[in-house]
Every structure is written in C-alpha cells, then in structure tokens.
Design a protein around this ligand. Sequence first.
Ligand SMILES: [Zn+2]
Length: 340
Amino acid sequence: MLGGKRELLARGLYWSGVTFLLGSLPPRDSLLVLNYHRIGNPDDDPFDSAVFSATGDEFGEQISFLKRHVSLVTLQEAQAFIDGTLRDKTPRCRVLITFDDGYLDNYKLAFPVLRSHGVQGVFFLATSLVGSCCVPWWDHIAFLMKTARNHRFTLRYPAELAIDVVEDGITKSIQKVLRLYKRPENADPERFLLELKEKTNGDDLPGTMRRFLNWDEAREMIASGMAIGSHTHSHTVLSQLGPEQQRDELGHSRAELEQRLGIEIDALAYPVGGTNSFSEQTQQLAKDAGYRAAFSFHGGTNLPGKMRPYDVKREGVGDQSWTRFQVQAAVSRWNGSYWP
Ligand SMILES: [Zn+2]
C-alpha cells in the first residue's frame, strides 16, 4: 500500500499548495456564514449522527485556521454588512460562526474554544428546548431507526415511502425518513412519529439526560462575548405552519429570549433552513416580528449588493476532511464562491 500512501501524501501537498496560493490572493468582499450543530463524537451517541459538525479537537483546529486566514466577525459586524452600513469597507472575507439548536455540547465544548480564541459564536436557541432533556424530531427519528427491530417497512404519511435498512444502510435510511418528515405536507408531525415508532418497533426514548444548554449557561456565554439569536420556540418547520402560528413562533421566542437574557434579539435562524422550510410570507413575518436578519441553510456566500436580509445564506460544516475544510476556506476567501 506504499503507492497509496505516496499518492495520499502527494495529494496532501498539492492541496496545501493550492490552499497557500489561494490564501495569498486578495480576498473578495463577502460574508461567509458557517453553521455548526453539535460538537463531539457521533459514534458515542444514539441520536442523529448527521447533526455532529466536528469533534472538539477538530473544531479547535478549524477556529485557529480561520483566525489565520479570514476575518472572523461578530454578529453586529455581520449585521452591518447585511444592512450595507459597514464603516470599514476594506474588501475582506468575513466569516461568522453560528450554531443552531443550542445543544449542551455547544456550551461544554464549543464555547471554551471560542472564548479562548476571543472569537464570537452566534448560538440560535429554540426556546422550548432551552435546558431540556427533550429529544427533538430529527433525533427521535434517528433513535427509532437505530433501535429498530423491523428493518423493512413502508411509511404511509405524509406520502408513501419504502424503507429497507438492510439494502440501503442505516445512514441513507435515516436520511430518507428525515426528508419525508421535512416535507411541507407533513402537517401532523405527531402522527408521523407514531407511525414510525409502530413500523420500526424501536425503543422508547430515554428521558432524563439534559441535552440542551440552559438559561444560566446562555447568560454566561453572553457575558464572555457570545451572541444569541432565535431558532423559533418549538423548532417546527415554519412552512408547515399557518401565518398565525408562524407569527407566534417568531414573536414568542424573541420575547422570551429578550426577557430571560436581558439583551435585544435581532437575528433569527429558520429551523431546517432549506428553501422549502420558509416562504416569502415567513420572511415578511420575521421582519414584522422585529428581526433585522434571518439566516437560511441552503448554501452560498453573501456578496455586497446581493444581500437578502431575510435569507442570509449559510454553509454547513459537516464531516469533510481537514484538507477539504482548508481548501473550502481558501476558495471562499478568494472568490466568494460557495463551500463546494
Ligand atoms: Zn435547528
């Protein structure tokens, strides 16, 4: 396997050369918003592995790399870029670090890294999850699939979907079920989960372990320079709700965050964040509820003059290799093109 190793080494050197070259070219004026969910090792976890963005060590490496190669900005600076009110107009690749959902590992693992580097992270909290042992739908779905006793079955709601874990493997099967759940026609999420529990014959949820950061921890994070935004109240996909319920999700979570944390809440991240998870109407409702910006999650970099304040693009950090992460960061810095 010597040849394989040599080839790997050559590829590593090639990419580090590319990274160096791109890193030395002038950066394009842009706002790249990176999005993380959980930090830790998915192999130790019975829930949704796909929401792990990096281990603690990887996250530390990523932040110190970004610190050297791009301008890591605060929510306030990003907001000024979005509004077009930035004072310092020097073209730079501005990178904002964001986290969705407020898992406990955000406080335990991500926060200490960010604090030690003097870098701000923006944590989007769903107010119903704060401090709770709750197992949200994506984790519930993954848990049922991982503990399933039946490996072949057909779901009927909201559309027919045949699942074959033996054929497709667990990762792909979970993705298929999650995709079905996220469809706007899924107007009765409870029914969906009941059917999945019945069809998989999976385990009952363990209910006593705290899984989300609490209000004291959020206040401590703010005191150390972190920012907080809303991720709605119940984390329901907004396009699955009527306008009244959407208004309630957006208004309630903002008011509760402001009251509990004593700060103004200007930013929102749509649950899920794909293009069909929010509508034009949702964007208007977010504006009416007092948010200055809303972050989506369907990829892309934000360029001056092309900003949509209620659809600020974000790129997910997932399980890419270290080399790929460096190349992506270098490419983004140089041409503003999105995380490939
Ligand atoms: Zn979320």
